[in-house]
Ligand binder design. Structure first.
Ligand code: ADP
Ligand code: ZN
Length: 741
């Protein structure tokens, strides 16, 4: 890399060297700073710079401008010796340009957990000093001290707590021995990451798996290529892509595996550990700051070779990334919907292209986007149409709810389980099988209504109903998080005991299950009822160990878990995801239900999947009932092509929001007046968003739609360039929107 400061140094004098520093803030561009004499700064160096009376992190982005600006501030210090690699900086710029965010906002994601501003905490440890035993003789002996001395005799270094725990003594006793010079401190190097061993053998693969694995492994080192690994649940996709991961590790490259829901992937991390002899680094929001900093730094310095992470892991400063795997590539969770709007799967493909490395997209229910790219030859495909071993994919049986009304239950009233589903559960339990009831709705009831006046309890900040969470004793808004205690009286008419819960959530379903199947050991699997990944992992283990007979769960259970004894899946409301104006509603619903049904019968036992629906003729239901994915996707493609919708067209959404409806409308009027006119681009809107008020802000949407080959960003940029709206009005840009709320 050329020295960006070389020219500057020949300028007005060595003390006048400048550099441009990009700050992790949503500002227009990089700022110039002076480089103090003696400080060496190449592009990518992480620096600390003064900014408005405070210090900020920043990254040297290039040579300073030629301008004659006076009173430039000077860089305070350089942080760390390793610069952010060029590829990471180019990626920041590429993403910023594509998603139409300021580069600094993207840089912020890259620097969010940089461990560079703090020195890594040294690990402290102690061992028996040379004259320790002699010094101990001068001390008053207690039992605890005796035990500690006996333990220390092996000469090994231990932390304070390790000494205390192993000797069964208090940390006070250990400190006493340290003060008396019996134990001496030893300096330990910073923790290194366990070495992964890509040479360990995986399971013997079937011929089909092996062929796919060989091709994927051969692609490592061969430049940019995207391969869609399309295989039914349980077909061994993970085993297959692990071979490609092994090949990249063996070549000494770094590997990133992206997952939609890392907090729940303990099982998968165990499989990585079994395959490579050590656990890879996990990267997700539940990780402690210290762990994140350590991992970030190790990735930058190339000491960490395998990261399994949520979407934000894409912005880690990999030195030498050789392969990216996106598992469950169809998942909507890869799209970040606040701050910088980006789709991690799409950005992973872009990162692969920038870095000239292969990308593997794995799914049992690939997105129409990826399938279309594969059909057009832009992506390669590996298919695994069979489940591993004897496991059979269950065929979904549709239950027509217009004919099979659930009879009310004494003491509870309304019920949501139809007679055929009830008998299937009873039968499964009687045979010692495990059953799952799936309902993608957290809480007890989605709506609370006053029987006296008809008032519906609504969120103060959003146009949304308050959802009852009976176990927590509250009503909660699922959009802004606002909550209140369950009131005794109607807030509108003051009638007492008049509030009624309408519709089911998983908590209510659990109540019904308890009434119908009192002997079954039951559990509810829902994010709000689990206090973090540890608890989720414990529950998953309890299910796998057959300690649960009847599981009631939200979409959390659909995500790649392996339950060997689960033989029945009951989908309580198959129609739930089908309404609403989202162009991907049908596709999403199909994917989710297919994944849920795929939970049944993963091992030797055959499985059944029952889907309750009021619309058995719906294409999604038909596709599930006949297990005909191709027919469904063909029909879905046809419709999207006709409508010019993604993946056959491109979209950018603008979401205008303001503290009042008037002000939102005024801003929209300005935008409408300036709207560009092109023959091949349509602009819809402004229209009130389906959620017209969110977190107290009134929202309107524009949707820009153009043909697939058209970059819409330039057009939108030009449209917004001269827009002057009051500061209280926000215009959020969502390129390739996935959510239309
Ligand atoms: P997918 O990722 O497609 O759902 P997995 O890779 O998780 O499939 O495989 C499903 C189950 O079958 C896992 O328990 C896995 O260990 C097992 N399995 C898959 N292929 C093999 C194989 N060749 N030998 C042994 N077990 C396998
Ligand atoms: Zn709300």
């Amino acid at each position: 890399m050329s020295d960006p400061l070389a020219n500057a140094a020949e300028g007005p004098g060595a003390e006048e060297r400048r550099c441009a520093v990009l700050l992790p803030l949503p500002l227009a561009g990089a700022f110039d700073y002076l480089v103090p004499p003696g400080l060496e700064l190449e592009e990518g160096a992480v620096v600390q710079v003064p900014l408005g009376g405070r210090d900020s992190l920043g990254v040297v982005w290039g040579p300073g401008g030629e301008g004659t600006a006076k009173r430039l501030k000077a860089v305070r210090a350089r942080l760390g010796e390793t610069a952010i690699p060029e590829i990471s900086r180019r990626f920041v710029e590429w993403v910023a340009d594509y998603v139409m965010a300021p580069p600094g906002a993207v840089l912020r994601m890259l620097l969010s957990s940089s461990g560079l501003s703090q020195a890594e905490k040294p690990r402290r440890a102690w061992r028996l000093a040379k004259e320790g035993a002699a010094r101990a003789e001068a001390l008053r002996m207690t039992d605890a001290r005796r035990r500690l001395l006996a333990l220390a005799e092996d000469g090994l270094a231990r932390s304070l707590t390790a000494f205390a725990e192993e000797a069964g003594a208090g940390t006070g006793a250990v400190k006493g021995l340290i003060e008396a010079g019996v134990l001496e401190e030893v300096r330990l190097p910073a923790l290194s990451w366990p070495r992964l061993d890509p040479g360990r053998p995986g399971p013997a693969l079937s011929a089909q798996q092996q062929a796919a694995a060989d091709r994927l492994a051969a692609g490592v080192g061969g430049g940019f290529a995207v391969t869609l690994l399309d295989g039914v649940t349980g077909s061994g996709k993970t085993e297959v892509y692990l071979e490609a991961v092994a090949a990249a590790l063996a070549a000494g490259r770094q590997v990133l595996v992206l997952l939609p829901e890392i907090a729940l992937s303990a099982q998968l991390l165990d499989r990585f550990a079994a395959r490579f002899g050590a656990r890879p680094a996990a990267w997700h929001s539940e990780l402690g700051q210290g762990q994140r900093r350590r991992a970030w730094r190790a990735v930058l310095e190339g000491r960490l070779s395998l990261v399994v992470g949520a979407r934000s892991a894409l912005f880690l400063p990999f030195r030498d990334l050789g392969l990216i795997v996106v598992d469950e590539e169809h998942e909507a969770a890869f799209k970040q919907e606040d701050g910088v709007h980006y789709h991690a799967r799409d950005m992973a493909v872009a990162r692969g292209q920038l870095g000239g490395i292969p990308v593997i997209l794995a799914s049992a229910t690939p997105s129409l986007e990826s399938l279309t790219n594969a059909a057009a030859g832009r992506y390669g495909v590996e298919r695994l149409p069979q489940r591993h071993g004897s496991a059979l994919l269950p065929k979904a049986e549709l239950i027509d709810m217009r004919r099979h009304r659930p009879p009310p239950i004494e003491g509870l009233g309304q019920s949501w389980l139809s007679p055929p589903l009830r008998s299937a559960i009873a039968e499964t339990l009687a045979q010692g099988g495990q059953a799952l009831l799936f309902l993608n709705r957290r809480g007890y009831a989605p709506l609370t209504l006053c029987r006296a006046c008809g008032h519906r309890l609504q969120c103060r900040n959003c146009s949304a109903w308050m959802v009852e969470h009976r176990l927590a004793g509250r009503l909660q808004c699922h959009h802004c998080g606002d909550w209140m205690r369950l009131p005794q009286r109607c807030p509108e008419c003051d009638a007492e005991d008049s509030l009624a819960a309408c519709g089911p959530g998983v908590e209510r379903l659990a109540e019904e299950a308890a009434a119908l199947f009192p002997e079954a050991r039951r559990a509810v699997f829902s994010s709000d009822l689990l206090a973090g990944p540890g608890e989720a992992a414990a529950l998953l283990r309890a299910i796998a160990d057959r300690k649960i007979d009847l599981l009631i769960g939200t979409q959390l259970v659909a995500k790649g878990h392996h339950f060997p004894d689960l033989t029945l899946v009951g989908v309580v409301d198959g129609d739930l995801g089908l309404n609403g104006g989202d162009p991907r509603a049908g596709e999403r619903s199909f994917q989710l239900l297919q994944q849920v049904a795929g939970r049944a019968g993963r091992a030797e036992r055959p499985g059944r999947a029952l889907v309750q629906t009021f619309d058995p003729g719906h294409p999604v239901m038909q596709a599930l009932g006949q297990q005909n994915r191709d027919a469904f996707l063909a029909a879905e493609s046809r419709n999207r092509r006709l409508g010019g919708l993604p993946p056959f067209g491109r979209q950018i959404a603008l979401i205008v929001s303001a503290p009042s409806a008037d002000r939102a409308d005024a801003a929209c009027a300005l935008l409408s007046r300036a709207a560009p006119r092109h023959d091949d681009v349509r602009i819809w809107g402004p229209a009130p968003a389906p959620l017209p008020v969110l977190r107290g802000r009134h929202r309107r949407r524009f949707l820009v739609q153009g043909p697939r080959g058209r970059r819409l960003q330039g057009l939108v940029r030009a449209w917004l360039k001269d827009l002057r709206v009051p500061a209280e009005v926000r215009v959020a840009i969502d390129v390739d929107p996935q959510s239309f709320l």
